[in-house]
Design a protein around this ligand. Structure first.
Ligand SMILES: Nc1nc2c(ncn2[C@@H]2O[C@H](COP(=O)(O)OP(=O)(O)OP(=O)(O)O)[C@@H](O)[C@H]2O)c(=O)[nH]1
Ligand SMILES: [Mg+2]
Length: 278
């Protein structure tokens, strides 16, 4: 875990325990002293400075720049941003939030593609969003349809690509939509994962989604956490840059830049913020 909690009755001793467990670069994220029935109770939450720095370095403060010609590929046209992840993680809701949020792509022209033609109701959900948002939507069933769909969306600045949830049972279904995704050649692939998942399950999920070549992670359902610090444990395990987090059903308001929210949950704002255990 990124954050370790230490308990005791003496602050100095608990600091020492933290340093012994985490090494000399330990940072005290938070400490609390309370009196309970005449007994002093100390709780110290600590992390390795190196781990916090690597997390901080992955929290991207800005939205992507949208040149008409994408770097490296020499391709002109919209930025292609795909959302992948487990079933029910919040991909479609995030697609709508990204498309609509003024702080994300501002007044840029957004288009939508869905590859989710399997689940009953999935297409209707996306069509409803597209209609309400008044945005063009392309439904792609087959890789041969990709060029024509892209042609119809070529005047867009950004195209957000929604995908079906990863089915742990049907590798055929996964292979099918993943080959459509490869035909689209997205610039960014955000792995959408719920903050409520077990942090130690994150590496296996990243591995399972490797065929989609995720470039970023996007953590949803932060509102469902009992303790918002748990977001940092999921974020620390994913080892991908994180630009946004989502914390509710409301489209588009419940979408936020990751940086202040995750560092804020850790009680760290600017600078290192935390205290070195002296
Ligand atoms: N509490 C909470 N619920 C969310 C959040 N984002 C999405 N949801 C809810 O989670 C459920 C699933 O959301 P979808 O956007 O359909 O998830 P999905 O990943 O597209 O699901 P599939 O397409 O079935 O894989 C819906 O009830 C959403 O309203 C969030 O940040 N917080
Ligand atoms: Mg969906």
């Amino acid at each position: 875990m990124l954050l370790e909690t230490f308990h005791g009755t003496d602050l100095r001793r608990v600091f020492d325990d933290a340093r012994r467990a985490l090494g000399d670069d330990v940072l005290i994220v938070r400490s609390a002293v309370s009196r309970d029935g005449g007994v002093t109770r100390v709780e110290v939450i600590a992390a390795r400075q190196q781990d916090l720095q690597s997390l901080r370095a992955r929290l991207e403060p800005t939205t992507p720049t949208l040149p008409r010609t994408q770097g490296g590929r020499g391709r002109s046209g919209p930025l292609l941003l795909a959302l992948v992840g487990p079933t029910g993680a919040g991909k479609t809701t995030v697609a709508a939030k990204l498309a609509l949020h003024r702080a994300v792509f501002g007044s840029r022209k957004v288009g939508l593609i869905t590859l989710d033609t399997y689940r009953v109701g999935a297409l209707e959900q996306m069509q409803q969003y597209a209609e309400v948002m008044n945005l063009p939507l392309e439904v792609v069933y087959d890789a041969r349809e990709v060029p024509a769909a892209m042609k119809r969306l070529e005047d867009r600045d950004v195209v957000i690509v929604d995908t079906p949830g990863r089915s742990p049972r049907s590798s055929d279904a996964n292979a099918q939509w993943q080959s459509l995704l490869r035909a689209i050649t997205p610039d960014e692939v955000h792995l959408v994962l719920p903050a409520t998942m077990r942090p130690d399950g994150v590496p296996a999920l990243v591995q399972a989604m490797a065929a989609c070549r995720p470039t970023h992670a996007l953590i949803t359902k932060v509102d469902e956490l009992h303790d918002e610090r748990a977001i940092a444990d999921v974020a620390a395990r994913v080892d991908l840059p994180i630009r946004w987090i989502a914390d509710g059903h409301a489209v588009p308001d419940d979408l936020h830049p990751s940086r202040n929210r995750i560092l804020g949950a850790l009680g760290i704002s600017t600078g290192t913020g935390a205290t070195r255990a002296a």
